[in-house]
Design a protein around this ligand. Structure first.
Ligand code: SF4
Length: 231
């Protein structure tokens, strides 16, 4: 599974010059998951994060951990640009259909975790991610390490997930426009995979997904193989 590896390299290049804090994943320091979508009212709000959130799935090695670039949740007041990127290492899977199903299952995690006092607005069809953090959660010691550990724990409920690194970016100096472009490209790759795995008919000359197939190695071959055709 290498379709997202060039984006992982792009994320690494973008974040390389920025100041980072790195934390270990700790399953004894998880932030509480309340199991349902909470509503945090404006008057109870400590901060609002607005930006992108996306997963990049790979079978290349990833180290478990949480990376924070910019202020942590205890030090943000009001509105702030934000990004959350999860690098998810899965078992190497020869069967493309299984690998594709796994990507979809991993995607569910982003809108099926409910940290206490950390209201996430996202959808299965969008790379946008907005978060509202409550004053009570700040008082109770919420941090990206604890939120990240909760998220990693959720991904790891799937036994095929080997390791996860979650990167939180709140540094205004980060190139958030470029992060948005990466999130959009990630969506286009996923959309192309959806098409490839669910459609046996194709005409590359008229296909609106051709730019991604031309750019990402192995996409066209996968569609031809999946459609039972040799090139
Ligand atoms: S292989 Fe051709 S038809 Fe299939 S998604 Fe890519 S461009 Fe479209």
């Amino acid at each position: 599974m290498e379709f997202f590896d060039s984006l992982i390299r792009d994320v690494s290049l973008l974040t390389e010059p920025l100041v980072k804090k790195e934390y270990a994943f700790s399953d004894s320091e998880l932030w509480q998951d309340v199991g349902y979508s909470q509503v945090i009212l404006q008057r109870d709000t400590a901060s609002e994060l607005d930006g992108t959130g996306f997963n990049l799935v790979t079978s290349s090695p990833v180290e478990d951990g949480i990376v924070v670039i910019g202020d942590d949740l205890q030090h943000i007041e009001g509105k702030r640009k934000f990004a959350r990127i999860s690098l998810v290492q899965i078992e190497s899977e020869e069967d493309e259909q299984k690998a594709y199903n796994l990507i979809r299952k991993i995607e569910y995690v982003k809108y099926h975790h409910f940290p206490d006092g950390y209201m996430i607005r996202t959808s299965s069809r969008s790379h946008k991610e907005a978060v509202r953090v409550s004053k009570t959660a700040v008082k109770n010691g919420i941090s990206f390490q604890k939120i990240g550990s909760l998220l990693i724990n959720k991904y790891k409920e799937n036994p095929a997930v080997k390791a996860v690194k979650v990167i939180f970016i709140t540094d205004p100096a980060a190139d958030h426009a470029e992060l948005e472009n990466m999130a959009q490209k990630n969506n286009r790759i996923t959309e192309t995979l959806n098409h490839i795995m669910n459609s046996v008919t194709f005409d590359c000359d008229t296909c609106n997904l051709k730019p991604i197939c031309d750019e990402v190695e192995g996409m066209k071959e996968l569609h031809f193989k999946n459609a039972g055709m040799n090139r």
